[in-house]
Design a protein around this ligand. Sequence first.
Ligand code: LIP
Length: 271
Amino acid sequence: MKPADSKKALACAVLAARRAGQLMRENQGAVKTVNSQSAHDIKLELDVQCQKLIEKTLLTDYPTAALMGEEGLAGDANSDLRWVVDPIDGTVNFTYGIPHACVSIALQERVAGSFSTVVGVVYDPFCDEIWTAIRGQPARLNDRPIHVSQRRELRECVVSIGFAKDAESLRLNLPVFNDLVGRVLKIRMMGAAALALVYVASGRFDAYIESGIYLWDIAAGGLILQCAGGEFWHRPRASGPKFEMLANNGLVRRKIQARAKLARAAALCNQ
Ligand code: LIP
């Protein structure tokens, strides 16, 4: 994508994110309509309304693009341009009035048959913090360049761990949590994947581990992390459209993966 086109796409994504963020702020204290609820998840009517607002903004400027969102698909599915949208990331937090949730918007371009992210925006409307990135350029927070931390030792690291919505995620990561909690400075569990990714990008966290999350939770934050000098280690799970991820500052992945391997093996032995 030409730099001028990326810049135009970024401006459009920022506008869409700010509009959805304003709707979240306006409804922060309001009673929220729950469309569905499961053991570890809630779906709000506001998730749908925010996505509609984002769709309207993005597809007005990009009428031939595709859009893949947590609340459904829109636009032209055959397009080589694809918006990937999580209208409210951290919906359970937002439902319970915990002001730690965001809007996540990524633009992907299909080259040689596979999509890669070229523009990313993550907006926290409660702290009014907006993270942005264009592939090949430095990542920014409120328009200032950001960089990952330089911490190398686990004992000085703050590591975020997420337990998504399924039993597989708990099975995979509870042993890792139990092992790391005594080895790192602190573990944090905040409930919004996109914010955890940009917190690593900003050097607030040194690593973030989660399994069982979707592309819309991680596409924008992953690019922002890469553009801040970090490592967006992720791979699709064998079973379906979810991902396993170990986002980090580029210095601690091997140490964490070594601990994770031992912890999971020990857990299997104890079963
Ligand atoms: C959430 C993720 C979070 C995960 C939750 C949920 P949502 O996304 O951001 O990391 O632990 O289970 O998947 O559903 O709020 O968009």
